[in-house]
Design a protein. Structure first.
Length: 291
């Protein structure tokens, strides 16, 4: 065999050996990677929590005022209820020195010994909800249809005048108002909260006839006296009665209404009565002779 042939065979042998080594290395690496992936998959399956059915998740979504507990575990539910009760007890202690803050108790009223009535109060045919005349705890009419229709008409007129109005707070249930008021008390103290927020059972929003109104795009002045200085706020004060609304808590009348000036809070009375109240330049309490 010639020297050239031997050289060629040597080269082929070396190439085959190299290819064999590469193949062995590749197989080994691939096997390790597959093994690693299997281990990772097993770990993920062990750690991944069981997902609830979408319908179950919707049912678990808490509504305002409801307990946020897990119905699938009675022990956790009991523990969560105990923790929430402790938080509620803490909030109630912040609101008053009594052992409870239930609105049906005497210490919730603005008048000593006052309790919630069983029927709403009407004076001269007008439904009243203020610091003297509360509403029943179970009074739950929702938004008044006539008032809502009037609000839509007023919003359309405002739009034609160049303002986009929106009612950002309308009907509030007794429980919703209770949560809201307690939160304000915790934040600002009871005396301060009483100047701008009604205690549960005493809010006009529970009548379904009150609307907090603001201008779209001017959220920075919602719930502030500055809204009354905007063109939209001025338009409301001058035109609301044409659609049956009055500015419920005007400036300089806190000693009469019991609340600070609220440029955003409007109450529906119907066009005839709202026009009379507007022209009288009196608060609703003064107009109806409520002391």
């Amino acid at each position: 065999m010639s020297k050239k042939t031997n050289t060629t065979l040597s080269i082929i042998t070396i190439v085959l050996l190299v290819l064999a080594i590469i193949a062995i290395v590749f197989i080994t690496i691939n096997k390790n990677e597959n093994s690693h992936e299997e281990v990772q998959k097993e770990e993920m399956e062990e750690k991944e929590p069981v997902k609830a059915d979408p319908k179950t998740e919707e049912n678990l979504e808490p509504e305002k005022g409801e307990d946020n507990t897990n119905p699938t575990n009675s022990n956790e539910r009991d523990e969560n209820k105990e923790e929430q009760k402790e938080e509620e007890d803490k909030d109630n202690k912040d609101v008053s020195n009594s052992t409870t803050n239930e609105a049906s108790k005497d210490d919730n009223g603005y008048i000593v010994g006052q309790t919630l009535p069983t029927e709403p109060t009407f004076i001269k045919g007008v439904l009243i909800a203020n610091k003297k005349y509360p509403l029943p705890k179970d009074y739950n009419p929702g938004e008044d249809a006539e008032a809502l229709a009037a609000l839509n008409d007023m919003s359309e007129a405002a739009r034609n005048a160049g303002f986009e109005l929106t009612a950002f707070s309308t009907f509030r249930s007794f429980d919703y108002q209770s949560n809201l008021y307690n939160r304000y008390v915790t934040r600002d103290g009871k005396d301060n909260a009483d100047r701008y927020s009604a205690r549960p059972g005493y809010s006009e929003h529970q009548t379904g006839l009150a609307f907090d109104i603001g201008e779209v795009g001017r959220e920075d002045v919602w719930l502030t006296s500055e809204f009354g200085e905007t063109e939209a706020g001025k338009w409301l004060v001058e035109n609301a009665h044409k659609y049956g609304f009055i500015l419920r808590y005007p400036k300089g009348k806190e000693n009469i209404t019991g609340y600070m000036y609220e440029s955003w809070h409007f109450r529906y009375l119907g066009i005839p009565l709202a026009t009379e109240v507007k022209e009288s330049e009196l608060t609703l309490e003064e107009f109806l002779g409520i002391e």
